[in-house]
Design a binder for this molecule. Structure first.
Ligand code: AKG
Length: 277
């Protein structure tokens, strides 16, 4: 990252880097995600959604995903009896959250010199790859992601977090591109999403004022683009009503020198510690 790019990142809270990854690298990640979905048997998950203890079991599935490869469905993917409305391939919202450590293709995509240098330029000196997600934004049913800051979910003290969003396909307003509030990272952290002592999760609110959503701007980008997100940048994506998917891969990197609180929702087991590049 050059000085001008770093200045833009500091001013806007995000940075758009065109052609950061090759089209071939995007295609190999897409092909691998397709294979993972093909091999995934949704029966066990569907049973989670049809059980009478739905909240507890779906919480456990989510909260236990920090060191696993797990599949999450679109909100409207299920019939009232818990069966899928359409094929699993067309129902999955995302895969998370340790693809980068558990799958060789995702590992290779995530651990490149280019990413290592970029993260170092952002001031993360002792990088640890914390979280990865493959986001499908399915045609017609891709749900919205409401306005949020990544630090709400992945908080460190002091706050050091690089949010990397890779466009694996062209992202447009029609197929649900990212939107962000330029400069909105100056607004301060509004909330934290944490594990509740009694089980499940809760949101700790510091500032309940609404986002100035009239200031959001679309970030329409081409396949291969990397969008770097400041941990405090308010951003969102709208529903995808178009006939095209809008697949993306996200990677979040923290600094080993910062404290990673035990109440953060995403945790690893002792057997699978975080690692760097
Ligand atoms: O890709 C999207 O639609 C939104 C992703 C996002 O904002 C996030 O995962 O933090």
């Amino acid at each position: 990252m050059n000085r001008e790019e770093l200045d833009r990142y500091e001013r806007d809270g995000f940075l758009v880097l065109k052609n950061f990854v090759s089209r071939e690298a995007c295609d190999s990640l897409r092909a691998r995600a397709e294979e993972l979905v093909r091999a995934f048997d949704p029966a066990g998950i569907v049973s989670i959604f049809s059980t009478r203890e739905q909240t507890r079991t779906s919480d456990d599935y989510f909260l236990g995903s920090g060191d696993k490869i797990r599949f999450f469905f679109e909100e409207n993917a299920f019939n009232p009896d818990g069966t899928l409305r359409q094929s699993k391939e067309k129902s999955i919202n995302k895969i998370g959250h340790a693809l980068h450590d558990l799958d060789p293709v995702f590992d290779k995509f995530s651990r490149t010199d280019a990413i290592r240098h970029l993260v170092s330029d952002l001031g993360i000196e002792n990088p640890l790859l914390l979280q990865s997600m493959y986001i499908f934004k399915q045609p017609r049913i891709g749900g919205e992601v409401t306005c949020h800051q990544d630090a709400t979910f992945l908080y460190t003290e002091p706050l050091k977090l690089a949010g990397l969003w890779f466009a694996l396909e062209d992202a447009t307003i029609a197929n649900g591109c990212l939107w962000a509030i330029p400069g909105g990272h100056q607004l301060g952290l509004k909330s934290r999403f944490v594990r509740a002592k009694e089980g499940g999760t809760r949101v700790e609110v510091f500032d309940s004022s609404p986002w100035p959503e009239e200031k959001v701007e679309p970030l329409e980008v081409e396949k291969g683009t990397l969008i770097v997100l400041h941990p405090l940048l308010p951003h969102l994506s709208r529903e995808n009503r178009s006939a095209k998917s809008r697949q993306a891969y996200t990677l979040h990197v923290i600094d080993a020198a910062s404290d990673y609180p035990a109440e953060n929702w995403l945790q690893r087991s002792k057997e699978m510690p975080l690692s760097g590049f």
